[in-house]
Design a protein around this ligand. Structure first.
Ligand code: SAM
Ligand code: SF4
Length: 322
């Protein structure tokens, strides 16, 4: 539990900062200064940290990046993680470029929930946003995830002048597909690209746009610790979520910590990293002393993302994990 009474039971682990897309809201087209292999934590190091955290209350781990599937041997790491005693849920976030053929194996090792990033249903707009022509591969992944019965969330960052025309078609996907389409406010984590000045599409404006088209939309219950406001359109198979990622309306119930590809522990998305956990592991700290250091920073957690941001930088989201 943190110093504000929030129970911490969810870890987001970014296994690489590398990526096979260049989403303009996440990183510049030329990429970022990728970490060297030595700077990244090894799978053994990550497994050790995860096992310590799971012993002390982490119940859910989300693997993210960069793009998790560009890291070599990721499937055997996922298999090892899935065997951690006490871990209730292992899930992941992917851009879907390399994921489709791996879906049966993901399912086999017990991954039942995948967040797939999909900002547009138009191939040309996909290219304009990501600088890569991989739309069809991502569609294949979406189909594979659905046909294997995964709990699928489609994440769309809402960007002024880029994919506003996609909001309604993305909502329409929920008519026949059992997916949750989640619209995310754009955050200023683009690794130095300069387009972000102010948030133009906040959750209120996103909801107004959807409601104008679907006046019958209904608010549904938000699961505990949910970062999204959730809605359902009567007669649709799937649901809609809106994530106020910039407005930060969910900090009061935040149950998550993050570990970056560099091995920094973050107790808030907006902080700068509060503990170099990789260094501690490399210095030979044992499980107890690692946990003592982690408990110490969890006991000094910022109240919310606004407080954390005062000491934070707006690096690329690929260096954080989302
Ligand atoms: N590469 C994977 C992917 O794109 O799904 C996983 C890592 S990505 C950093 C995780 C999530 O962060 C994605 O859903 C992405 O859309 C979101 N994201 C990245 N940059 C963002 C930004 N500036 N504002 C809001 N969301 C962002
Ligand atoms: Fe890559 Fe994901 Fe960032 Fe897009 S959002 S550039 S897919 S890490």
């Amino acid at each position: 539990m943190d110093n504000h009474g929030r129970v911490i039971n969810y870890l987001r682990l970014a296994v690489t900062d590398r990526c096979n897309l260049r989403c303009f809201y996440c990183m510049p087209e030329e990429g970022i200064d990728w970490l060297s292999r030595k700077e990244l934590m090894s799978y053994e190091e990550m497994l050790l940290i995860c096992s310590v955290l799971v012993k002390h209350g982490i119940e859910k781990i989300r693997i993210t990046g960069g793009e998790p599937f560009v890291r070599k041997d990721i499937m055997s790491f996922l298999t090892d993680l899935s065997k951690l005693d006490g871990l209730k849920q292992l899930c992941l976030t992917t851009n879907g470029v390399l994921t489709a053929p791996l879906v049966p194996e993901l399912k086999r090792i017990g991954i039942n929930s995948v967040n797939l990033s999909l900002d547009t249903l138009d191939r040309n707009r996909f290219f304009a946003i990501t600088h890569r022509d991989e739309f069809l591969a991502v569609m294949d992944t979406m189909q594979a995830l659905i046909s294997y019965g995964m709990d699928v969330k489609l994440n769309a960052v809402v960007m002024d002048g880029k994919n506003i025309d996609d909001i309604i078609p993305l909502v329409a996907l929920t008519k026949d597909l059992p997916v949750s389409v989640r619209f995310i406010e754009e955050m200023p984590f683009n690794g130095g690209a300069s387009h972000y000045t102010a948030l133009k599409w906040d959750y209120v404006k996103i909801l107004e746009t959807i409601t104008a088209h679907y006046p019958e939309i209904k608010k549904i219950a938000d699961p505990a610790n949910s970062t999204s406001y959730n809605y359902h359109i009567p007669g649709h198979k799937g649901n809609i979520g809106i994530i106020a990622a910039y407005t930060r309306s969910f900090c009061g119930s935040c149950n998550r910590i993050r570990i970056t590809p560099l091995g920094m522990l973050k107790t808030c998305l907006y902080d700068n990293g509060v503990l170099n956990i990789k260094d501690l592991v490399r210095q030979g700290h044992n499980a107890d002393s690692l946990m003592a250091e982690i408990s110490n920073v969890i006991g000094k957690r910022y109240k919310d993302g606004w407080e954390a941001e005062k000491n934070g930088n707006h690096v690329s989201m690929a260096s954080i994990g989302g």
